[in-house]
Design a protein around this ligand. Structure first.
Ligand SMILES: [Zn+2]
Ligand SMILES: [Zn+2]
Length: 124
């Protein structure tokens, strides 16, 4: 199990692993699909206005570079090992950011546009 470093406004379902809920409005915003990731930082900006954040402690992510990933129908799939990483319900979120290191070691990130918001959570 990963040690949790930070969480805010988030509930992660135990049954049906990885379902991500906003605790402010109760909506399901997405799902963490990959179980054996090496690092995970997720931010969903819920339509209710809440920042839904989760970050693990370990992983040593490289925050100096951008690591692009395609998100197709809301699902991010590792380009190297083809595992599904996570799902984002784009109908439920205003915006999102993430940094994930796959079990195969490849990492991906997406930052929120600087000007569009006032995110104060710093990664790492
Ligand atoms: Zn919400
Ligand atoms: Zn992978």
């Amino acid at each position: 199990m990963h040690r949790e470093a930070y969480r805010r406004n988030i509930r992660i379902g135990r049954q049906n692993y990885g379902q991500v809920f906003c605790t402010q409005c109760g909506e399901r915003l997405g799902r963490i699909i990959l179980r054996d990731y090496k690092y995970l930082f997720l931010v969903y900006l819920c339509k209710c206005g809440a920042e839904v954040v989760y970050r693990t402690e370990e992983g040593n992510p490289d925050t100096t570079e951008n690591y692009y990933i395609d998100i197709i129908n809301g699902v991010a799939v590792c380009r190297r090992c083809k595992k599904e990483l996570f799902y984002i319900d784009r109908n439920k979120v205003v915006n999102y950011a993430f940094h994930i290191i796959c079990s195969c070691g490849k990492q991906y990130n997406n930052r929120l546009p600087e000007r569009s918001r006032q995110l104060r959570i710093k990664e790492g």
